[in-house]
Ligand binder design. Structure first.
Ligand SMILES: C[S@@+](CC[C@H](N)C(=O)[O-])C[C@H]1O[C@@H](n2cnc3c(N)ncnc32)[C@H](O)[C@@H]1O
Length: 180
């Protein structure tokens, strides 16, 4: 299977941060339908607990809206660039935290039933990925990554078991369970 087409050619010009600083308020994922149906399958197949979900790098609420439709009691969105877009669609305010903030301990002391990171964790700088993964395993028993490809690879030693995975409509779903 080939990777899905890049969703934002603008990344090439000024980089990821510049792209979302300029376009975050109007961000929409053109693959939202595929993301939502894959998320639905993942929740059903893996019996994921939706009591209190963290939607990390939540965009305009693509995952949040599906999680709500699936009966999630509480969904917290985090994203440094898309607050306006997230509020427009979900009526909730996303917290303005970057991957760097998460890696530096911004979530310390919290507890979630699940972290979902859709089409975003591969945007985390590789030098920060270990710290982000270790921070996430301290706050949740399960991490669901949705991605148009196989990245990022979550390495042994970062607190997460190797993934259970499937591909649906070209979206890769990978579930990592906590080893803590
Ligand atoms: C391709 S979008 C995915 C959004 C949404 N989760 C989805 O499924 O469509 C990538 C998201 O990562 C966020 N992002 C980019 N750089 C980030 C960073 N350094 N820290 C946290 N989030 C970041 C962007 O604001 C954007 O919402």
């Amino acid at each position: 299977m080939t990777d899905a087409a890049p969703i934002t050619p603008g990344y090439d010009a000024g980089g990821v941060t510049a792209f979302y600083e300029m376009n975050g308020s109007t961000y929409r994922n053109p693959h939202e339908d595929e993301v939502r149906s894959t998320l639905r399958l993942a929740v059903e197949q893996w019996h994921l607990a939706l009591d209190d979900v963290l939607d990390l790098a939540c965009g305009s609420g693509e995952a949040t809206l599906e999680l709500r439709d699936l009966g999630a009691s509480e969904v917290t969105g985090i994203d440094p660039y898309t607050q306006a877009a997230y509020f427009d669609r979900t009526g909730s305010t996303a917290e303005s935290l970057t991957f760097a903030d998460v890696g530096d301990g911004a979530l310390e002391g919290r507890s979630y039933s699940l972290v979902v990171c859709s089409y975003a964790l591969h945007l985390c700088e590789l030098s920060r990925l270990a710290a982000v993964c270790i921070a996430l395993v301290r706050v949740a028993p399960a991490l669901l990554i949705l991605s148009p490809h196989k990245r990022p690879v979550i390495k042994q030693g970062w607190g997460w078991a190797p993934p259970e995975e499937f591909v649906h409509r070209r979206v890769h779903a990978r579930l990592h369970r906590s080893l803590l």
